[in-house]
Structures are given as C-alpha cells and as structure tokens.
Design a protein around this ligand. Structure first.
Ligand SMILES: Nc1ncnc2c1ncn2[C@@H]1O[C@H](COP(=O)(O)OP(=O)(O)O)[C@@H](O)[C@H]1O
Ligand SMILES: [Mg+2]
Length: 444
C-alpha cells in the first residue's frame, strides 16, 4: 500500500522562517505567511495537516476562526509563544480548532511525533483534500425550510446566472454555494471560494483579476486571477459587501461581458466562470447607504437565496446534532455514547446566534471534554434548559439586553410586529418567540 505524500501547510503569521526544522523530515512543506496565501495553498495542495504559528497581537482572531472553520478538513496543530495561550481569544481558537498545541521553542522530537500523529489521524478520518467538495455539499436537516432550500439548490444548479446567498454567519452559505455548484453542469470544474472581507483591498483586484509581470512592484511574473482559475466552474465571493467600490465596477463588467482584464493588460480575456456571491449583511441597505453599487446588486440578485438562521428551523437540531456527533466520532473517548436528555433540551432551547458553526463547535468541544457516558449541558457550555437563559452573569446581561431591545423596538414601532421585527433584523416568528420567552404580551 502506498500512503499519500505527507503534506504540511505551515501558516506562520509572524512571518518568521520556521524553526524546529528537524521535525519536518519526510514532509512536503507549503509555507504561508498570510491567510490569503494559506487560502491559495489549501486550494492548490492537498495538505492533510496544518501547523499554525505566530498567534499574537498582529493576528486577527475572528478572521482566523473563519479560516480554520472553513478548513476543518486539515488536522491543525498550534505552535504558540509562551504566554500567548493565556489570552482568552487564542485559548478559544485552539480549543475550537486545534487537535494539539505546543509551546515555543518546540522540542523537534515531540513536534515530529505530534505531526506524525496528526497525519495518521487525518488518514484515519479520511480527511479529504478540500478540492473535493463532495463531502460538504449535503445540507443536513429535515425542517421545511431546509427542504425548500434543497429544492431551490437543485433548481439553481440548472441555471448559469449569478446567485446571491443571504444568511447570518455560520448558517450554511458556504455549504449552500457548494451544493449549487455540485448540482450544476460545472460540478466537474473548480469551486473557488474567495473571502472578500479577509483580503486587503489593494490585493483583491490582483487576486481576482490577475496581473501582468511588472504591473506593480512585486509582480514578478504574469499571473492568472481567481476568476480565471475558476473557469469551467464556480467562483464563490463570500462577504461580497466588503468588495471595494472600484472592484464592484470590474465585477459588474465581468458579469455583463464575461471578460476580464488582468492588471496592466489591455487585452480582454473571456472567461466562463459562474459567480455565486454571499453576504451576511443586508446588501439593499448597503446600496441605500451608497456603499454598494445598485446595478451590481440587481445583477447579482437575479436568483436570491436565503439560508434561514438555525433558531428559525429548530426542527433541524436533532438531525444536525446526530450528524455532527457521528462526523466527529473518531475524536471521542470510547465511553461516550451520546447526549443526555438535559443536553438535548438545552440544545433545543438555545438561541444559536452563531448558527450551525456554533453547534459544531459546541459539539466538538463537548465530545473531547465529556467525562461521563453522556454529554451534559455543562459539556456543551450551555445553561440547562432554563427558559430565561439566566445561568451565568453574562447570560443574565444578554437576556436583559435582549428584553430591553425588544421592548424599545416594539415601542418605536407602535407595537407593530412587522415593523419591530424588521427593526431588530429578525423574522416575525422569531420576534414572537422572543416575546414569549421574555413574557412580553403580544399587542391586541
Ligand atoms: N445544513 C447543514 N448541514 C450540514 N452541515 C452544515 C449545514 N449548514 C452548515 N453546515 C456546516 O456548518 C459550518 C458553517 O457553515 P458555512 O456554510 O461555512 O456557514 P456560513 O458560510 O454561512 O458562515 C460548516 O462547517 C458547514 O459545513
Ligand atoms: Mg462562509
């Protein structure tokens, strides 16, 4: 039996050359010093293991959390300077995404062992190269909302028009985009995700459209952009609202003419790439504020798709919970058999502001930490199914703030539920549920 090449992605955020080199014997190393470089590396190399170093003030925990969340297909190790893991944001990141961590300076022998172990784990799990999207294209859930979404995905696969996916963070926009791609005639072509919010504005143009050699300092050779590299397939522009205005024009031109210009070139190249965009902010509002081009908005919004927040499709919770428990079963202690009734009730009554991503994170964490045969609300770090959610100090504050915000909105809206819901950015159903949770009477 031949084992696949051992490929390691080293994301060194402090840009320092890697030490502990002895630990890397036998590995093919892909170095990345920024999230952009790492995104590219993940797309082009089938690395099984990721090593993250350089956590500190210069790194952005939220962007990293998104990146690692999107690339959970790799087994991640963290190499941290002393003291870094005393900071709650980094502890949380490591707890959520890392399989193991080491303090610098790392002992090369221990690190080599840990990397080998991570590689074995990756093979065991059948972690796939992220290029194969098949593993992520199924929308799990049996609520009416998910059934509608699945039907919509199948329909959208038949078209070639742009799609705009709207949904809160963690609700499943990426999976939905991948599912649309997988159901389209482009399924055999590349699926190229780009996070418009995670890239420096001055880099996005070169990344998306490519450049000629010498087009700017550092452009040492001609390079195709991501739109070109997605030819025959789909480019997924996540957080499209963050696309700088100048680039909105370029994108619009691409959507209208199906051609692009690399930076520094006057020659147009025609490219057959489908665009799927996603946003977690209200783009229409961004248009009203002059931050987003109206013509681009209409162009993208030909086929709008909404992924509802998890709290509005609670019927999905049992199936999703079961799905993720089985998905991560290889990490769990042998004695762990499932969830306690109290845990399931806590899951059912939690509000899931972080949506499916939060559910995954809580379940993964609980599966590693649980000491008994069953996962408890404590393992999930959820207060028991107390309807007011007033377990700890923060929970109480949050509950009070929520109640106050709802009260204020209802008052402003003259008790008009539709207006108040819009004001709060939730659906009417959610507002009704929140009112009942807080014992606020519905207007007559
Ligand atoms: N319906 C679903 N079935 C299975 N997994 C899901 C579903 N919705 C979301 N996920 C998973 O939850 C995580 C967050 O989803 P993602 O699509 O990245 O959210 P978003 O792009 O809206 O922030 C991903 O790991 C994704 O695979
Ligand atoms: Mg996403």
């Amino acid at each position: 039996m031949t084992l696949p090449d051992k490929k390691l992605l080293w994301l060194a955020l402090d840009r320092r050359p890697p030490g502990a080199a002895g630990a890397l014997d036998g590995w093919t190393l892909c170095m990345a010093r920024t999230l952009n470089e790492a995104e590219r590396a993940v797309r082009t190399h089938a690395c099984q293991v990721g090593l993250l170093s350089g956590l500190g003030p210069a790194a952005d925990p939220a962007a990293l959390d998104r990146f690692l969340g999107a690339h959970g297909g790799l087994v991640w190790l963290v190499l941290a300077a002393p003291g870094v893991l005393d900071r709650p944001e980094w502890r949380e990141l490591v707890r959520t995404h890392a399989h193991d961590f080491h303090t610098e300076p790392a002992d090369p022998r221990r690190l080599a062992y840990a990397l080998g172990h991570a590689h074995g784990l990756a093979l065991l799990h059948g972690h796939r190269a992220p290029a194969s999207v098949a593993a992520h294209t199924e929308l799990t859930g049996n609520s009416a909302a998910i059934a509608r979404l699945r039907a919509q995905v199948a329909r959208l696969g038949k078209s070639d028009a742009p799609v705009l996916i709207w949904g809160e963070s963690g609700s499943g926009k990426d999976v939905t985009a991948q599912a649309i791609h997988a159901h389209s005639r482009r399924a055999g072509g590349p699926f190229v995700p780009v996070n418009c919010g995670a890239m420096a504005p001055q880099l996005i143009q070169a990344e998306l459209f490519g450049h000629l050699r010498g087009a700017f300092t550092g452009a040492e050779r001609d390079k195709a952009g991501l739109i070109e590299s997605a030819a025959g397939g789909t480019i997924f522009l996540d957080e499209i609202a963050d696309l700088p205005r100048e680039l909105q024009s370029n994108l619009l031109r691409f959507l209208q003419e199906k051609t692009i210009y690399r930076i520094g070139s006057t020659r147009s190249i025609s490219v057959d790439t489908r665009v799927i965009a996603a946003s977690n902010v209200n783009l229409k509002q961004a248009v009203a504020q002059g931050k987003f081009r109206e013509d681009l908005y209409y162009r993208l919004n030909v086929l709008p798709v909404t992924v509802p927040p998890l709290r509005e499709r609670r019927d999905d919770l049992p199936e999703l919970t079961d799905h993720f428990f089985r998905l991560y079963a290889a990490d769990k202690p042998r004695h762990l058999k499932g969830f306690s009734g109290a845990a399931l009730r806590a899951i059912a009554s939690h509000d899931w502001p972080g949506n499916v991503r939060e559910l995954i994170n809580r379940i993964r964490r609980a599966m590693v930490l649980a000491e008994g045969r069953q996962i408890t609300p404590d393992d999930l770090e959820l207060a028991g199914a107390d309807p007011a959610g007033a377990g700890d100090g923060l929970g109480r504050l949050r509950t009070a703030a929520e109640r106050a915000a709802i009260g204020a909105s209802l008052q402003r809206a003259g008790s008009n539920i539709t207006l108040a819901a819009r004001d709060l950015g939730v659906s009417r159903m959610t507002l009704y549920r929140l009112m009942s949770k807080h014992g606020i009477a519905a207007p007559k």
